[in-house]
Every structure is written in C-alpha cells, then in structure tokens.
Design a protein around this ligand. Structure first.
Ligand SMILES: NC(=O)c1ccc[n+]([C@@H]2O[C@H](COP(=O)([O-])OP(=O)(O)OC[C@H]3O[C@@H](n4cnc5c(N)ncnc54)[C@H](OP(=O)(O)O)[C@@H]3O)[C@@H](O)[C@H]2O)c1
Length: 248
C-alpha cells in the first residue's frame, strides 16, 4: 500500500478525476476527505467511498470555507499528509464574448481556490508531505474559445514552481498532473451546445495521437505516483497524461 495511514484531502473529489483519485488513494491505505459543492454529488461520493471517508461541502472559491475545512480536518485527523488540489471548471467563449464576470469566476475557482487550499493546508503538512495540482493540456496549447480556462491552468503551472521552491526547505513536494481530454462530466459544463460538444469531441479524438479520450483512472494513477513516496525526489514538475496531445 503506497499511502498507508496517510490523510489525503482531494478537492473536487466528488466526480471525475478527483473521485477516481479518492478511490485509488483509499485503496492504497489513505483516509480521504473529498470536497465539492453539490449535495447530491457529495452524498454519492460518500456512499461510494464508505464510512471511513469524509465528504465536505466546501466552495473552493471562498477562502474562509477552505480555512474552516482545513481546521476541521486537522482537528479530527491530527494532520494532512497529501493535498490533491483538483477542483476546477471552465466556461467556453471566444475572445470577443469573454466578460469580466467569466474571468473572475474561472480564476476564483481554478487559481485562487488552488492557491488558498495550498496556503491554508501547507502549515499542517509534515516533512514528506505532498501536494498535487491538476493543471491541463490547455496550458501548452492555443485552443479557440478557452482563453481564460487555459490562462488559469498556466498560472497554476507557474504556482507549482514557486510553491515548490518555498516548500522544498520543509521537505514538502508539490507537482502538477496535466490531463489531456478526459472522459468526465467536465466538458458538459463548458456551456457548449450538444452539436458543439460532439464536434469538439470528434476533433479531439482525431488530434490525440492515441486517438481517444483518456479515462479519469489514468490521471488518478499519475496523481498517486506524485502523492506517494515513489516520487520522493520529484518536485516542481508536471506529469502529462494526455495521450501524446502536447508532446507528439
Ligand atoms: N476532463 C478533462 O478533459 C480535463 C482536462 C484537463 C484538466 N482537467 C481538470 O481536471 C480537474 C477535475 O475535472 P474533471 O474532469 O474531473 O471534472 P468534473 O467531473 O466536472 O469534476 C469537477 C469537480 O470539481 C468540483 N467543483 C466544481 N466547482 C467547485 C467549487 N466551487 N468548489 C469545490 N469544488 C468544486 C465538482 O463538484 P461540484 O460541481 O459538485 O462542486 C467536482 O467534484 C479540473 O481542475 C479540470 O480543469 C480536466
């Protein structure tokens, strides 16, 4: 078991990549705490993960809620060993249609949410603690209609380097896992029509060298590597899980 007796916080752990990571971390011996905002998804995640896990309603856009959740976890579990800062969402719009509200919404969840999760959790991580951040293939590509989502992920890639430099003296590692297109509910929340979604899906499958969407479990396995002692000399980097999309 790679995470025996570890306490692992997975934000956005009620669906897709986060839920698969929570299941895998649990299988590897961790006590997992997942967060999300939708009660039905929290209930379903709690059912799937069972009594040893905790599902907390925490809006990652609100630093006060993150702070409260971290305090609660530390009070109940004594510490946090692993943080998978994964919660994220996007909204598609061409340059001319992007509004200040859309920029604020995407940065407050994807960047600020991850930043404050790291800021508030880091003081409680022991030496050997690990943080994993979900970035995206979008931080390497120019994808029409996804300027703001892509920028939030590029900002996270940068944060992993700076936070890595700040936390390394305490023996805490921080890395990113960068998914390519993964089959999760994420895409249905981008605000695209069914036809736009179908067209984009077909174009993505054609563009990915391995000719398919990835599975959430495939990203979860990379997150497990980065969270575990298998990656004990790995910090500040990004593991790309994208079927070759950005590399070939
Ligand atoms: N799927 C892909 O193709 C892909 C590609 C590259 C990167 N990613 C990244 O992978 C991460 C996970 O996405 P996914 O594909 O697994 O999507 P998903 O299935 O939609 O899962 C997103 C998770 O984030 C949670 N979440 C959303 N808003 C939140 C908020 N304000 N506070 C706390 N939690 C919130 C969701 O729960 P609630 O909605 O109930 O709050 C859910 O648990 C995201 O950061 C995404 O940008 C995905």
């Amino acid at each position: 078991m790679k995470l025996k007796n570890k306490v692992a916080l997975v934000t956005g752990g009620t669906s897709g990549i986060g839920l698969e990571a929570a299941k895998l971390f649990q299988k590897e011996g961790a006590t997992v705490i997942v967060t999300g905002t939708t009660q039905s998804r929290l209930d379903e995640a709690a059912r799937i993960l069972g009594d040893s896990a905790i599902a907390l309603k925490v809006d990652s856009r609100d630093p006060a809620q993150i702070d409260r959740a971290i305090v609660d976890i530390v009070e109940s579990h004594g510490r946090i060993d692993i943080v998978f800062a994964n919660a994220g969402a996007g909204q598609a719009a061409p340059l001319e249609a992007v509004t200040p509200e859309q920029i604020e919404a995407q940065f407050s969840l994807n960047f600020n949410g991850v930043f404050f999760t790291i800021q508030k959790a880091a003081p409680h991580l022991p030496k050997g603690g690990a943080i994993v951040v979900t970035t995206s293939f979008l931080n390497e590509t120019g994808t029409p209609g996804l300027s703001i989502l892509s920028a939030t992920k590029a900002a996270l890639r940068s944060l992993v380097r700076t936070a890595g430099a700040e936390l390394a003296p305490r023996g805490i590692r921080i890395n990113a896992v960068s998914p390519g297109p993964i089959a999760t509910p994420f895409h249905t929340k981008l605000g695209l029509s069914d036809k736009e979604l179908a067209d984009a899906g077909a174009a993505i499958e054609a563009a990915v060298p391995l000719k398919r969407f990835g599975e959430a479990q495939e990203v979860a396995r990379a997150a497990l590597f980065l969270a575990s002692e298998d990656a004990s000399f790995v910090t500040g980097t990004e593991v790309v899980v994208d079927g070759g999309l950005t590399q070939l």
